[in-house]
Design a protein around this ligand. Structure first.
Ligand SMILES: Nc1ncnc2c1ncn2[C@@H]1O[C@H](COP(=O)(O)OP(=O)(O)O)[C@@H](O)[C@H]1O
Ligand SMILES: [Mg+2]
Length: 318
């Protein structure tokens, strides 16, 4: 656990039943100021239900949720003063301009100045479009003005439920950059839910994984990546005489080699993979064998690791 980190959101032992179904089972995690925290899980895992509990939209059966140290059950207003959020779509009046929408919203919050409205428009990159009607906005722009609205009152915690749904790649990148800026430059704790690891990979510092209403774990991105990479690096070599190349290397120690589909496969420990592959290449070239191609074999993608983790219901990363 990082030191000197201020906990913005703390969830402990959260249980929730909807209808007759026990949806959330002892959900627990913490998210810090200054990080983008990905809340990752397949559809139906319980992300929205958890978020609704955290932002006070629905009650919890048992458990404790604190926002900036304020208990949502005991000090609801104190807790909510520090949260901004978008659950499902941002609510906007389409016939009003973005500025009018923000002004409208500001009336419900204390201390939002006209300068702050300019400031949030700048943060989300919409300063020059702020006096256009929201009805003319693209979905991406609407999502960004939704973020502007959610951060108007300078919350320490911003929670967005699947904010990139329906956005095109350019819109997703813009939103990602805004959220990273808010976390890393302005010290906000940004929590983003998603069902796509590939998306989390590009913006999150840590991910908390939920499946079937239970937390599987919370990992830094580095932990996820090193667990998916394993301990070895695999190379594939195409050359003019694969059998002769294999014979040259046959008695070498410290790595594995075999012929697969007319290519030479080299499996080297990560620590000295570079030394090994350069020695192998040198031998092949010095033997006058034509070296056509050396490629690193694709390891499992993080997306596959995530799908495997959530499919078997909870094997954890060491
Ligand atoms: N009002 C409800 N009544 C009964 N079940 C519900 C209700 N809302 C959601 N669920 C169920 O709770 C589970 C978690 O839903 P949700 O939190 O929306 O998941 P996610 O956001 O991760 O896709 C799903 O199986 C869903 O069908
Ligand atoms: Mg959801």
């Amino acid at each position: 656990m990082p030191e000197n980190k201020k906990v913005a959101l703390k969830i402990e032992g959260l249980n929730k039943t909807l209808g007759k179904r026990h949806i959330l089972h002892d959900i627990a995690f913490e998210a810090y100021e200054g990080e983008v925290f990905g809340f990752l899980g397949p559809n139906g895992a319980g992300k929205t239900t958890t978020i609704k509990c955290a932002v006070g939209l629905i009650s919890m059966d048992s458990g404790k949720i604190e926002i900036e140290g304020k208990d949502v059950n005991k000090d609801f207003e104190g807790a909510m003063a520090n949260v901004g959020g978008i659950v499902e779509n941002p609510e906007m009046y389409k016939y009003l301009t973005a500025r009018q929408n923000l002004e409208q919203y500001a009336r419900m919050r204390d201390g939002v100045t006209p300068e702050r409205i300019e400031e949030v428009a700048k943060i989300v990159g919409l300063s020059n479009r702020i006096d256009e009607k929201v009805g003319k906005y693209s979905l991406g722009m609407r999502q960004r003005i939704g973020v502007a609205q959610a951060i108007l009152h300078k919350p320490k915690l911003l929670i967005l439920d699947e904010p990139t749904n329906g956005l095109d790649p350019a819109g997703i990148k813009e939103l990602r950059d805004i959220l990273k800026h808010l976390a890393h430059e302005e010290g906000v704790c940004v929590i983003v839910s998603s069902h796509l690891m590939s998306e989390m990979e590009l913006m999150c510092d840590r991910v908390g994984i939920i499946a079937n209403g239970s937390m599987l774990g919370v990992y830094t991105l580095e932990e996820m990546i090193s667990s998916s990479n394993g301990a070895t690096t695999d190379y594939l070599i195409k050359c003019s005489d694969v059998n002769r190349a294999y014979e040259l290397l046959e008695n070498d120690e410290g790595y594995e080699k075999k012929i697969v589909n007319e290519e030479l496969e080299i499996v080297a420990p990560n620590e000295n993979a570079h030394e090994i592959i350069s020695a192998v290449n040198r031998k092949i070239i010095l033997a006058d064998i034509g070296l056509y191609e050396v490629t690193k074999r694709e390891k499992k993608k993080l997306e596959e690791v995530f799908i495997e983790m959530t499919a078997n219901g909870g094997d954890q990363i060491e």
